[in-house]
Design a protein around this ligand. Structure first.
Ligand SMILES: C=C(OP(=O)(O)O)C(=O)O
Ligand SMILES: [Mg+2]
Length: 414
């Protein structure tokens, strides 16, 4: 049979932060799939464990053979069973024995090999013949928090969404133009700015959160006017990183301000209204479903309130969020949950409840382009994968190729 697995190979490769991660090759009788796993810096505490004790070297020296002997002879189309086998091999609840990065890279490489065995691209294998939507790229413009150095803003990600773009090429180049525009605007606020960038390719300015918000909005407006399309600002606040559980407050070190949950709700609501934010991710600590629910009830009709550390791509946590009306969007990062089939189950649940799934990169990435295919195959209306930088454009340029292949491409539907 074309899709029977004949070989599984695991190797150690570099990620964009210079750390080791895993890349997996799966060979079937008539196909081949390769996938690599990324790593986070501001990780949610309920994510699966990325690497076993001993790290990538242990995976290559000990785990590879165990996985290969289990998977050789299985049908690559049977991804759900393969993912279950990987969980059995691991034997822990959080994938700490063989690592969630191992299982997710195997799972994605299996899917790619299955698609290749049928001579179709992964997005079509996952989404079927009707697939025709490209995701709006949520582009990272300025970095702060855990993705930047000292003196950067506390807010982790200042993003933009080119919501008026008619196609993916226009959207991707609009984001790149905003990124360029911001360099000059930062220099006007920070005369010592040397053009330094953070983990995801956004600029790292030594300016206050307020100044960053102001120039982010200005860049959207100016580039939007120049290009004749609407570009809206967005944020990832990664507020778990700001939350101090002892003080029960969010600490904004750059601004020298502390906010309790009530003040944080008002602060974020005010930002959304002042700057007409399209999307705000993780405005509260990962355990604060109630804070999320209060904000969503106030502004959910005009802004996407997205859970990343809150949900960690986990179906059970999403179910809790749905019951509490905690959010209207969810970040989808396959390595938070450790397999493609579980990732898909979470996307499906989100869609059933009108929660917008946003397929996303991690701050530590590789040149792997798989998430571009997941976003199209799952019909995710947005993808978060940076704006510039080799490991970020690997995904963006793949979206350009996918758009070219689709007979009637259109931008995503919310
Ligand atoms: C991409 C993110 O960062 P990390 O990969 O560090 O979790 C994020 O928080 O959305
Ligand atoms: Mg996030």
């Amino acid at each position: 049979m074309d899709s029977v697995i004949e070989d599984v190979q695991v190797r150690k490769i570099l990620d964009s932060r210079g750390n080791p991660t895993v890349e997996v090759d799966v060979t079937t009788w008539n196909g081949f799939g390769r996938a690599a796993a990324p790593s986070g810096a501001s990780t949610g505490s309920r994510e699966v464990v990325s690497f076993p004790e001993g790290g990538v070297d242990v995976i290559v020296s000990e785990v590879e053979d165990v996985i290969a002997s289990e998977l050789i002879g299985m049908d690559a189309n049977d991804i759900t069973t393969i993912d279950e086998v990987l969980r059995e091999v691991d034997g822990t609840g959080n994938l700490s024995a063989i690592g969630g990065n191992t299982t997710v890279a195997v799972s994605m490489a299996v899917a790619k090999a299955a698609a290749a065995s049928s001579n179709i691209p992964l997005y079509r294998y996952l989404g079927g013949n009707w697939v025709n939507e490209l995701p709006y790229p949520l582009g990272n413009m300025m970095n702060g928090g855990a993705h930047a150095g000292i003196n950067a803003p506390d807010i982790q990600e200042f993003l933009v969404v080119p919501i008026g773009a008619k196609n993916i090429v226009e959207a991707i180049f609009a984001n790149a133009s905003v990124h360029k525009k911001l360099k000059g605007l930062i220099q006007s606020k920070d005369s010592n700015f040397t053009g330094g960038k953070g983990d995801e390719g956004g600029w790292v300015p030594n300016i206050t959160n307020d100044n960053a918000l102001e120039i982010q909005a200005k860049a959207c407006e100016e580039v939007g006017d120049e290009l004749g399309l609407e570009i809206r600002p967005a944020l990832d606040m990664a507020a778990s990183e700001l939350w101090n559980s002892k003080k029960q407050k969010y600490l904004y070190a750059q601004d020298g301000v502390e906010r309790d949950t009530g003040e944080q709700i008002e602060f974020v609501k005010d930002i959304i209204e002042t700057y007409n934010m399209f999307y705000v991710e993780d405005p509260f600590d990962e355990s604060d479903f109630e804070g999320f629910a209060q904000l969503t009830s106030k502004v959910g009709n005009r802004c996407l309130i997205c859970g990343d550390d809150l949900f960690v791509t986990n179906k059970e946590l999403l179910l809790k969020g749905i019951e509490m009306n905690a959010a209207n969007a969810i970040i989808i990062k396959p390595n938070q949950i450790g397999s493609l089939s579980e990732t898909y189950a979470t996307v499906k649940l989100a869609k059933q409840h009108n929660i917008v799934p946003v397929v996303s990169h991690r701050s530590g990435e590789t040149t792997d382009e798989t998430i571009a295919h997941l976003a199209v195959g799952f019909a995710s209306p947005m993808i978060k994968t940076g704006a510039i930088g080799g490991e970020r454009i690997a995904k963006l340029n793949e979206l350009i190729r996918i758009e070219e292949e689709l007979p009637n491409p259109k931008m995503g539907q919310f």
